[in-house]
Every structure is written in C-alpha cells, then in structure tokens.
Design a binder for this molecule. Structure first.
Ligand SMILES: NC(=O)c1ccc[n+]([C@@H]2O[C@H](COP(=O)([O-])OP(=O)(O)OC[C@H]3O[C@@H](n4cnc5c(N)ncnc54)[C@H](OP(=O)(O)O)[C@@H]3O)[C@@H](O)[C@H]2O)c1
Length: 286
C-alpha cells in the first residue's frame, strides 16, 4: 500500500475494475460519473471511493483516472482542467487502446503529467475482471514522470507493462483488434460452417472452441510456421479447390477463407510450382 491518492472520472466497466484493483495500492478518493446516482452505485460496487456530482466537487488527488467512453475523454479532461482540483505535477491517465495521451493536452497545459495505460483484456464484469487481472499486458505511453508513478502501481498488481509509441498506437490497436475481436468473428464463421454441415449449434461452438484453444496452446510453444497444419501447410491444392467450391454457398466466408489463406501461405515454404498454383487458386476464385 502506498500513500498515493486517486480520483476516478468515469467508473463504468473498466473504471470500476481498476478502482477495485488500485484500492489495494492507494486510496481511491472521489468518483464522478455522468450522474451522481451512477457514481454512488459504482462506489457501492467497488467498496471504495466517495461519489460526487461534478468535477468541481472532486477532492485533490495525486492521480486522475479518466475512464469515460473514448469519445468523451477529451471533453472530460478539458472539464477537469477547467473546473477540477488539478495541480501541477498531478498525473492524469486514460485507458483507451485507440487514443493517445494527446487527448489529455488540457491537463498538460495545467502542468499535469499525462499518460495512457491500455490493459489488453476485456472488462465486462468488474468482479470477474479483477479475479483474472494478474498477468494482463498493459501498454503504456506518455510522460516519463507519469509512467514512473503508474508502472510500479500496476506492476504491484501483477500487470505486465509494455511500452509503445504514441505515433504507432493506431497500428498497435489494430493488432489487438485482430488478436481479440477478429478471433470472435472467425469463430462465428467456423460455427456457421459446422452448422451448415449438419452439426447442432452447441456442438459446433464446442468444437470451434476446442480447436481454437488447442491452436493457441500450440502457439505458446511453437513459431507460427511450426504451429500451422492443414491443407495450406501441406500444399494440398485439391482440398483447397474443394473448400473454395463448397464456399460458393457462403460468399462472406469465402472472402475470409481466401484472405487468411494468403496469409497462411506466407508461412509455408513450398516449391515454386505449388506456390504459384496456390496463388492462382486465390485469384481464380476472386
Ligand atoms: N471495457 C473494456 O473491456 C475496456 C478494455 C480496455 C480499455 N477500455 C477503455 O476504458 C474506457 C472506458 O470503457 P468502459 O467499457 O468502461 O465504458 P463504460 O462501461 O461505458 O463506462 C463509461 C463511464 O464513463 C462515465 N462517463 C461518460 N462521460 C462522462 C463524463 N463526461 N464525465 C464523467 N463520467 C462520464 C459513464 O457514466 P454513467 O454511468 O453515468 O453513464 C460511465 O460510468 C474507454 O477508454 C475504453 O476504451 C475498456
């Protein structure tokens, strides 16, 4: 436990989760949401913090966590700088994966240090998220003075800190969408294929989950090249042709199949002949 203090502006799914976690390391003081009732409920759920109705009523604190929706961050920070108890040297941070600390410029102009800390985890239910937080990667960028304060706090909560650059944050966020959201989309496409093949929905989802979990387990110890199996890895053009034929009835999945097929092919080392025939297959079925 440190002697630091923190205010939370936007105690929703993520704000409440981090509020519960941070309360192990510091004193959570004021909590402000859009409405006082919502802030009150958030404090009840977190078991910490005092709800207030406006930024002007927030107490002084060393750290300000801004956890509103992304499109509210800049305005909320502006309001904090204009009406809140912000002092030079305080730390203001947000947790958006897509936005940088540039949206906190209003706080910076008041002499605060700003940063972003993006936890690569889905926070749907605060109690559950808190239980599984240990080991979560948190990508940080921003002022060194802010990170010197924030990183040890999150490391003490067993977060794994990685540093990113503001200029490449959009690329970084795109990659995290691929690794998370697109896996969900891919699962939906696989389940549709299984059900069209006659399996019931529940079995289809269970099979898809099993395959995906096994593949991710393989990826833990193997390179991408080593983890790739199946017709593309084997260079089995007959099977690929049959798949593309079967996909005539699911055009939206055919697009996914071809796009990811090309990516999978990049991981293989076939003869020039097989490589060219495979490339032609993707084009023929374009
Ligand atoms: N949820 C996740 O899985 C996750 C993961 C990583 C990063 N993040 C990031 O975390 C941030 C919050 O996301 P979330 O999913 O927690 O959103 P959320 O559940 O919708 O919560 C947003 C909270 O912000 C409050 N709020 C909105 N505008 C405000 C304002 N002007 N002043 C004060 N409070 C305001 C809302 O208050 P009311 O309750 O009164 O409406 C609500 O409690 C975003 O930057 C997001 O990108 C989220």
């Amino acid at each position: 436990m440190t002697d630091l203090t923190c205010n939370i502006i936007g105690a929703g799914k993520l704000g409440k989760s981090l509020g519960i976690l941070l309360a192990r390391q510091l004193a959570v003081r004021g909590v402000v949401n859009r409405t006082l009732l919502s802030a009150q409920r958030a404090c009840d759920e977190m078991g910490t913090g005092a709800p207030v109705a406006t930024m002007a009523e927030l107490p002084a604190a060393d750290i300000f966590l801004l956890a509103t929706e992304d499109n509210q961050l800049e305005q909320a920070c502006y309001e904090l700088a204009a009406k809140g108890p912000l002092r030079p040297g305080d730390v203001v941070f947000h947790c958006s994966g897509s936005m940088t600390s540039a949206v906190l410029s209003a706080a910076r102009q008041k002499g605060a240090y700003t940063a972003t800390l993006h936890p690569l985890r889905s926070f749907a239910s605060p109690q559950k998220s808190v239980r599984y937080f240990a080991g979560t990667y948190c990508a940080v960028e921003g002022d060194a003075q802010a990170l010197e304060l924030l990183c040890p706090l999150f490391e003490a909560l067993n977060a794994q800190i990685v540093t990113i650059h503001a200029e490449t944050k959009t690329l970084y966020h795109m990659a995290s969408v691929l690794a998370s959201n697109y896996v969900v989309a891919l699962s939906a496409a696989a389940v549709e294929g299984f059900t069209r093949a006659g399996l019931d929905q529940e079995t289809a989802k269970a099979i898809s989950n099993n395959l995906m979990a096994g593949t991710v387990a393989n990826l833990q110890g193997l390179s991408h090249k080593e983890a790739l199996t199946g017709p593309i890895e084997r260079g089995d053009l007959m099977v690929l042709k049959a798949h593309l034929q079967a996909l005539e009835e699911i055009p939206h999945t055919k697009e996914i199949y071809k796009t990811l097929g090309k990516q999978a092919q990049r991981l293989t080392s076939h003869t020039k002949n097989i490589d060219e025939s495979m490339a032609q297959l993707w084009e023929e079925n374009a």
